[in-house]
Design a protein around this ligand. Sequence first.
Ligand SMILES: C[S@@+](CC[C@H](N)C(=O)[O-])C[C@H]1O[C@@H](n2cnc3c(N)ncnc32)[C@H](O)[C@@H]1O
Length: 194
Amino acid sequence: MFINGDFSKIDVGTVDAIITDPPYAREYWYLYKNLGDLAERCLKDQGWLLAIVPQYGLVETISMVSRPNLRQWWCSAMVMPEPPHARMRLKGMIVKWKPICVWLKGNWTGKLGYRPDMFLNNPPEQNQHPQGWEQSIDWARYCVANFSREGDTVLDPMMGVGTIGIACRELNRNFIGIEIDKKTCEIAAAVAQR
Ligand SMILES: C[S@@+](CC[C@H](N)C(=O)[O-])C[C@H]1O[C@@H](n2cnc3c(N)ncnc32)[C@H](O)[C@@H]1O
C-alpha cells in the first residue's frame, strides 16, 4: 500500500517493523523525533525500528528517536566497497559506509537468534528518485530479512521510490509506504508494477 502524505499526520494502525531512510541534512533532523513519535504510536511491542543515521549527527539523531520504551539496540554498518563514493565537501570525508541504527520497542522476551551487523552494499542499478536518493536493494534486503518475519507488515514512512517495498515483496512481507512528495510516490507505484 502506498500513501502520499506526511507520515507524522497519518494513522496506519499497528505494524510489525518500521524501516526507513530519512534525508540526512541537518534541516531534516526533526524527522528523527517524528519517527520516534510514529514508533510509539504504531509499532507493536517487541517490534524493530531501523533508520539510516548521519555519521556527523549520530548522537543528536539517535537521541531524538530514543525514549524509555524505544531503546537503541545496535548500530549496523552498510559498507560500500565499490565506487562511486559520495564526498562530504564540508567535512572533507569520502563516504565508504553508512550507519543503520536499530531500536527495539519494549523488552525482548522470545528467542533472539543471531543476525550480522554488517553487509556489503552495491549501488542501485538505476537511481529513479528525483533527488537521486534511492538506496540499494542490498540495504532493503538486509533490513527486511533480519528484522522482520514472513507475513509481517513493514512500514517505510519515508519510502522514496519504494526500495523497502521491493524487498518486502521478494521476502513475503506486507508493505506500507508513505511518501510526502507526490511525484516520488507515483514513481514508487510504477516501480512496484514492474
Ligand atoms: C532519502 S529518501 C528515501 C529513499 C528511499 N530509501 C529509496 O530507496 O528510494 C527520503 C524520502 O523521505 C521523503 N520525506 C521527507 N519528509 C517526509 C515526511 N514528513 N513524510 C513522508 N515522506 C517524507 C522525501 O520526499 C524522500 O523521498
